[in-house]
Ligand binder design. Structure first.
Ligand SMILES: Cc1ncc(COP(=O)(O)O)c(C=O)c1O
Length: 460
């Protein structure tokens, strides 16, 4: 039985003042009237006044099995009483038990694991390993992608609002994102989703013209912007921060082939799509029928506890012994105990299956709202990795302006639901909830979203 704890701490005014004066964290908050979160349980959050929210954003796609999930909390408490920290200069069972368990979720030859504390750190390590292994330097990512905020990974990231005006990693090349809704090409059968775009095409069964054109763009990048040999290609199976952007079904398969021809390795950033979120598979790359040479993970791996990982092949791992790589916290006993319990919980709670069923239900119902309202341009995703792209009108597909997006986001929050925002122009609402949400939660959200959009449309 959940006991709600009343907030006895600082006032909201004090917190805002401290945020202004002493907190070097992100200064902006998502909302005009910020949310002051105090407690969480599974898919629910409570603010300092005791108001309850349905959390459909999970602390940015991170709380995978549920806030304060009882099984994970119990495992954490057991470990807290036993051993918090030791480093990898010693051998401790939690690390080895966890690596063995995580490796069992990955196909051959992805069996060698490095644990980190965040997604940025994992991607930074992946860049280093790719360069060491191949002896090449250049790395290709998609425009609109986010792969981290460290100096190196900021080079991979291709979203202007996340880039500071400094020298980031050189050798990062950004190619066109094969976005079948917003991009120049797209049609009615391109993507692996229960909902297709509103764009029409005349492709015959088994042929995708959009895919052909996007692959030509990648070839153009190889011909113009990259040296003849590259180190790696980084891609999310579904672009998260970009707004759950999906590529044509065969794109990654063909792109991987081209990358390998240039000596590069293929890296799947599964920071958002891993751990069952896409529903049909445990890993997003499996939905594309590819096997990467390296996979990076974070967020959902620890249900909110700071953990990240790089998984690669024994062959690539060999190159990493050229110097000693030390990481104080990566793979510490507490992190491993949490992450291990998250894996067990995903299996015991059928989290991946829930993601598939509830996510498919959400998208198919949401597609009805897309058909009803001119401003909902696209509904897409897989499992509980979902985007709703907002437009001025369906004809132009021009992005809904930021003020309108904020107005709707605020309204949805005031009615008790937290959702996210993404996209190059901030034009896409994101739904990436704890994967324990139910159909009843979806029905509640649909009613809230319908009301917010109809309110916005009436006011306009
Ligand atoms: C796809 C992807 N990769 C990497 C990162 C970086 O992870 P972290 O914030 O843990 O450093 C993020 C964070 O949002 C992400 O979405």
């Amino acid at each position: 039985v959940l006991r709600l704890l009343s907030h006895m701490g600082m006032s909201k005014e004090q917190m805002m003042e401290i945020r202004k004066q002493n907190c070097m964290t992100m200064k902006i908050t998502y909302y005009k009237k910020p949310v002051f979160i105090h407690q969480g349980y599974m898919q629910w959050l409570w603010d300092v006044d005791g108001k309850r929210y349905l959390d459909l954003f999970a602390g940015v796609a991170t709380v995978s099995v549920g806030h304060c999930h009882p099984k994970v909390t119990a495992a954490t408490q057991r470990q807290l009483k036993k051993l918090w920290h030791t480093t990898n200069i010693y051998i401790h069972p939690e690390l080895h038990e966890y690596c063995d368990k995580l490796a069992s979720y990955l196909p051959d030859p992805l069996k060698v694991i490095y644990l980190t504390n965040s997604g940025s750190e994992a991607n930074e390590l992946a860049m280093l390993m790719a360069r060491l292994h191949t002896g090449n330097f250049d790395i290709i990512t998609f425009r609109g992608s986010y792969h981290g905020g460290s100096q190196q990974t900021m080079g991979l990231t291709a979203k202007s609002s996340c880039k500071f005006p400094i020298a980031t990693s050189s050798g990062c090349i950004h190619t066109m994102c094969p976005d079948v809704f917003r991009g120049p090409w797209g049609g009615s059968y391109c993507r692996d989703s229960p909902v297709q775009t509103i764009r029409e095409c005349s492709c015959a069964q088994g042929v995708c013209i959009a895919n052909k054109h996007y692959i030509e763009q990648l070839e153009e990048t190889f011909a113009t912007s990259a040296p003849s040999q590259i180190a790696a290609f980084f891609g999310e199976p579904i672009q998260g921060m970009g707004g759950a952007v999906q590529y044509p079904k065969n794109y990654l398969k063909e792109a991987y082939k081209l990358v390998r021809q240039t000596g590069g390795i293929c890296i799947a950033d599964e920071v958002q799509t891993g751990f069952g979120r896409t529903g049909s598979h445990f890993w997003g790359f499996q939905g594309h029928d590819v096997i990467p040479d390296m996979v990076t993970m974070a967020k959902g791996i620890g249900n909110g506890f700071p953990v990240g990982a790089v998984v690669t092949t024994p062959e690539i791992a060999v190159s990493f012994v050229k110097a000693s790589h030390f990481n104080t916290f990566g793979g510490n006993p507490l992190a491993c105990a949490v992450a291990s319990s998250v894996l067990d919980t995903i299996r015991e709670d059928s989290t991946q299956q829930n993601s598939l069923h509830v996510g498919t239900y959400l998208m198919t119902q949401m597609a009805k709202l897309r058909d009803k309202y001119e401003v909902i341009g696209d509904v897409r995703g897989k499992g509980l990795q979902i985007g709703m792209e907002m437009v001025k009108d369906k004809g132009s597909r021009e992005p809904l302006p930021p003020e309108a997006m904020s107005e709707i986001l605020e309204d949805v929050k005031d009615t008790g639901v937290l959702i996210g925002k993404g996209g190059v122009h901030g034009q896409t609402f994101r739904i990436q909830p704890p994967m324990c949400i139910t159909r009843e939660d979806v029905d509640f959200f649909l009613a809230v979203f319908n009301k917010a959009i109809s309110g916005y449309t009436d006011r306009k």
